[in-house]
Design a protein around this ligand. Structure first.
Ligand code: PMP
Length: 381
C-alpha cells in the first residue's frame, strides 16, 4: 500500500466500487461451454479456423509483435495491405490503423480539435469519444439522443468557426442506428465536419457488410469514419478512413497513433482474412438477421422488456440495478453470459441486460436464452 496519507485516503474512498468491479470480473472469467450472449463477435469470426490460421501464419511470417511504432519501423507490409483493403471496403481514399478503437477516437479528436473547436456529441456517444473531446480541449456540447432539432439548435447558437459533429453509427448500449442522412445534411448546412464511429455497424450491416456509412455515404457527407476490428471482424484494433488530407494529418499529429507500438502483424493478417470472409460470404450476415428477427418475435411473445433495436444489440431494460444483478446471476448459473449494464455506463434507472446476438449462435442457443429469461421474468419480477 502507498505510504502517503492522501493516496491511502483516495484509494480507500474508491474501494467500494473497485471491489465491486474486481469481484464481478473474477466471477465472469469466461468458461468453456458458457453460452456467450455478451460479446461483440457478431459474425463468429473470432473462432473461424481460417481467421485463426491466418493469425498464426502472420505471426510466423512477421513476428509475434511489430517491434516498434509505425513511424519508427513497425509499419509492415501487412499493415499497408490491410489499410488499403479497409479503404477500398469503406469507399475512402485512405485508411489508418490504430491499436484499439479507444485509441482511434482519442487520437482523431485530439489531433483535429482544439480550444477553437466546438464538438457536438449525441448524448449516448461512446465514452472514448467523450474522452477524446476532453483531451482535445475543445468545447463540447451534447444534444439529445438522435435529436436533429436539438443538434441544429446548438449549432446555430455556436460562434465557433470549426464545428465537428460526432456520433456512434449504431449505439453501443441501445442498439439503435443514427440518422446518418440527417446528420450529414445539418453538418453541411453549418459547415461542420461529421465523424461517425461505426464500431458496431461494420461487418453487420450495409453493402458487403461495409456498415452504416460505407461507400454509400462518401467523404463529402461523412469526412471521418472510425471502425473497430474487435467486433464483427473478430480480431482487435481499429481504423480511421477518410481522404488523404485527413490521414496525413493524423499520421503527423494523432498521439495515440505516433507513440505506440503498431498492431501485432498476426492480428493484421487475421483481419485481412476476416475482411475477405465478410465481403465474400453474406450468409453470416443473413443468418444473424434471421436470429435478430427470431429473438425479437419470441421475446415480444414472452413479454420481455424489449427495446426497439433491429441490430444484434438487443437491450432488455430492467430499470433497477438490483433486479438486473439477480437476472444476470441466474443467467450465469444457467451457463449463459449476458452483459449487465449499470450506471455510470447508462443513466440511473436504465440498468439493462445487453443481449448480443451472433451468427455463431444456433437456434437452440437462442431458445435456451429465451427460456431462462422467461424464468427470470416469472421468478424475479
Ligand atoms: N466505439 C464504440 C462505439 C464502442 O462500442 C467501442 C468498444 N466497446 C469502442 C469505440 C472502443 O473500441 P475498442 O474496444 O477497440 O477499444
Amino acid at each position: 500500500m502507498p505510504v502517503s496519507k492522501a493516496w491511502r485516503e483516495r484509494l480507500t474512498n474508491a474501494r467500494d466500487t473497485r471491489q465491486c468491479a474486481q469481484q464481478w470480473r473474477a466471477r465472469r472469467i469466461k468458461q468453456p461451454g458458457q453460452l456467450d450472449f455478451a460479446g461483440n463477435d457478431y459474425l463468429g469470426l473470432a473462432k473461424d479456423p481460417r481467421v485463426q490460421a491466418a493469425q498464426v501464419e502472420g505471426a510466423r511470417r512477421f513476428g509475434a509483435g511489430a517491434g516498434a511504432s509505425h513511424l519508427v519501423n513497425g509499419h509492415l507490409a501487412v499493415h499497408e495491405a490491410l489499410e488499403e483493403a479497409l479503404a477500398a471496403w469503406t469507399g475512402r481514399e485512405r485508411a489508418l490503423l490504430f491499436s484499439t478503437g479507444y485509441m482511434a477516437n482519442l487520437g482523431v479528436l485530439q489531433a483535429l480539435a482544439g480550444t477553437d473547436t466546438a464538438i457536438f456529441h449525441d448524448r449516448l456517444n461512446h465514452a472514448s469519444l467523450l474522452d477524446g473531446s476532453a483531451l482535445s480541449g475543445a468545447r463540447s456540447r451534447r444534444y439529445h439522443h438522435n435529436d436533429i432539432d436539438d443538434l441544429t439548435r446548438l449549432m446555430t447558437r455556436s460562434g465557433c468557426a470549426c464545428k465537428l459533429v460526432v456520433s456512434d453509427g449504431i449505439f453501443s448500449m441501445d442498439g439503435d442506428v443514427a440518422d446518418i442522412a440527417a446528420l450529414a445534411r445539418v453538418s453541411q448546412q453549418h459547415n461542420a465536419w461529421l465523424m461517425i464511429d461505426d464500431a458496431h455497424g461494420l461487418g453487420v450491416t450495409g453493402a458487403n457488410g461495409s456498415g452504416c456509412v460505407g461507400p454509400h455515404w462518401g467523404s463529402q457527407q461523412v469526412p471521418i469514419l472510425v471502425g473497430t476490428l474487435g467486433k464483427a471482424l473478430g480480431t482487435a484494433g481499429a481504423f480511421v478512413a477518410g481522404d488523404s488530407l485527413l490521414i496525413d494529418h493524423l499520421i503527423q499529429f494523432a498521439r495515440s497513433y505516433v507513440y505506440t507500438t503498431a498492431q501485432p502483424p498476426g492480428v493484421a493478417t487475421a483481419t485481412l482474412e476476416a475482411l475477405t470472409i465478410v465481403q465474400r460470404e453474406p450468409e453470416h450476415r443473413e443468418r444473424l438477421e434471421r436470429h435478430i428477427d427470431y429473438f425479437r418475435k419470441e421475446a415480444l411473445r414472452l413479454n420481455l422488456p424489449l427495446g426497439k433495436s433491429r441490430t444484434p444489440i438487443q437491450p432488455l431494460c430492467l430499470k433497477s440495478e438490483s433486479r438486473l444483478l439477480l437476472w444476470a446471476e441466474r443467467l450465469h448459473h444457467a451457463g449463459i453470459d449476458v452483459g449487465a449494464i449499470r450506471p455510470p455506463t447508462v443513466p440511473k434507472c436504465e440498468s439493462r441486460l445487453r443481449v448480443t446476438l451472433s451468427a455463431s449462435h444456433s437456434r437452440s442457443d437462442i431458445d435456451q436464452l429465451l427460456e431462462t429469461l422467461n424464468t427470470c421474468r416469472r421468478e424475479v419480477p
